[in-house]
Write a protein that binds this ligand. Structure first.
Ligand SMILES: N[C@@H](CCC(=O)N[C@@H](CS)C(=O)NCC(=O)O)C(=O)O
Length: 444
């Protein structure tokens, strides 16, 4: 048995960045019991340890000190929050219902909407002939997952072959497979590329204004919303070479927030794990909190205007896709094509192997969607139903009292189409899912 938590992750992985920043934060405050070890999830460990435990080859995965494996970034955070309630990262639904709900919605936007552009930039700027080009950087960052022990150039050569031959990067546009097939399935085509990019830029622009006055999403301490945003904003948009240059030069406050939320060795970014000092008498150091709002979340359960703008992006762009997802999964389950409690596709970046016919072309688990005025088709992701069940649980907790309900109704009324969330439980009827390790099953 391990004597601390074990995080199996990659540095360049979207969802690993979310969980790593979270664990580092809890651990800094001594709120993670025995602490954790960050372990490089090599191909060997994925095949020999993770897949047998959870039937999932994805990272991150967490092994608890009692041996339990937890797969999925959101489940990992929930698991640790239950086991270690000190220094919570989710605002209390009883006293901070608006911030609590907002943090789940921002997590969902970050995990499952911002992923599209972040995934695209990594592979687009790795295509042959595209300039600027990050193929060599990309291969180097993937290399340790394949061959951690080889010397640097051998590592990179192995990864370059892997990216070309298995992930199909070389002729991705003429023969989409691997990652490019995943991008197509998420609705990225020549027609939508510019609008996904515009959507991402618009979000970064709102965040840049937000971080002007707030060091984290809710002020002086990070929360689930910040850790969620670390998915797209750390390993992809900050760390990858091409968007990383754009972020640092065009959105320097967002870049600074990435370093702050990562909480390691970024003294100038100021973070929760340091203090600022002024000089006192006789060279004494007089400490003060290093982050905004006295190092605390903003009081009065307030949701700053810039966050309302982000939530509006959620309701305008993503919510229609989520609503349609619920309808498509419902009619698929009702069609009788699926055995009772049968398995549904569980992946999010790409169609799930074995379900390709359903999730591509005009299969039963595909739908039309719109972004920036352009209509396209994409796969339906039952995983989004699972994420919405989390939001529904949060909604129930946040509206459990009359004052909580009033606060949530008031918040949602200020958002474009936000009141639709009040019927979430009814919308989930007939399409609820159960998650077992990395697999999803219908509950209907
Ligand atoms: N919903 C999962 C997604 C995990 C995921 O897709 N991880 C990516 C890396 S960031 C992965 O391992 N992809 C490999 C694959 O799907 O085969 C989570 O929140 O942890």
């Amino acid at each position: 048995m391990p004597n601390s938590y074990r995080l199996f992750s990659w540095e360049h992985s979207y969802f690993s960045g979310k969980v790593r920043a979270y664990l580092r934060y809890k651990d800094f405050f001594g709120a993670l019991g025995p602490g954790y070890e960050d372990i490089l999830a090599s191909a060997d460990l994925i095949a020999g340890v993770l897949v047998p435990a959870t039937q999932s080859n994805t990272v991150p995965q967490l092994q608890a000190p009692d041996g339990t494996f937890v797969q999925d970034s959101s489940e990992i955070i929930d698991y640790c929050e239950r086991a270690h309630p000190k220094q919570p990262v989710i605002p209390d639904p009883a006293t901070r219902p608006r911030q609590c709900l907002a943090s789940y919605l921002i997590e969902l936007l970050a995990d499952e909407w911002m992923v599209v552009y972040a995934f695209w930039e990594r592979w687009h700027y790795s295509l042959e002939g595209v300039e600027p080009n990050q193929f060599a950087f990309n291969a180097q960052q993937w290399a340790p997952a394949f061959q951690p022990d080889a010397d640097g150039s051998t590592r990179r050569a192995v990864a370059e072959r892997m990216l070309r031959d298995v992930l199909g990067v070389k002729d991705a546009e003429s023969n989409p497979r691997g990652v490019y097939a995943g991008l197509l399935a998420m609705g990225v085509t020549k027609r939508t590329e510019p609008v996904w990019e515009a959507s991402n830029d618009a979000l970064l622009e709102i965040l840049e204004r937000h971080f002007d006055t707030h060091d984290f999403i809710f002020g002086g301490l990070p929360s689930l919303a910040d850790f969620g945003l670390m998915g797209p904003l750390y390993a992809h948009l900050f760390r990858d070479a091409v968007p990383g240059f754009a972020m640092r030069t065009r959105f320097p406050l967002v870049a600074e927030w990435v370093e702050r939320t990562n909480g390691n060795n970024a003294l100038n970014a100021r973070s929760y794990n340091q203090k600022l000092y002024s000089a006192g008498k006789d060279g004494a150091l007089i400490p003060r909190p290093a982050t905004s709002h006295g190092g605390q979340w903003v009081s009065d359960d307030s949701v700053p205007d810039t966050l309302l703008e982000i939530l509006n992006v959620f309701f305008r762009e993503m919510w229609p896709v989520l609503e349609s997802t619920l309808e498509r999964v419902q009619s698929f389950v009702a069609s009788g094509e699926l055995a009772p409690e049968g398995e549904l596709p569980g992946k999010t970046f790409t169609p799930t192997p074995g379900f390709d016919a359903l999730q591509t072309g005009d299969g039963a688990l595909t739908h039309e969607f719109e972004i920036g005025g352009v209509r396209e088709r994409r796969m339906v992701l039952p995983y989004h139903v699972w994420m919405l069940q989390r939001v529904a649980d949060a909604m129930r907790a946040c509206t459990a009292t009359a004052s909580g309900r009033e606060a949530i109704e008031e918040l949602l009324a200020r958002l474009d189409g936000g009141l639709a969330l009040l019927d979430l439980d009814e919308k989930l009827a007939g399409c609820r899912v159960r998650k077992v390790g990395g697999r999803l099953f219908s509950e209907a």
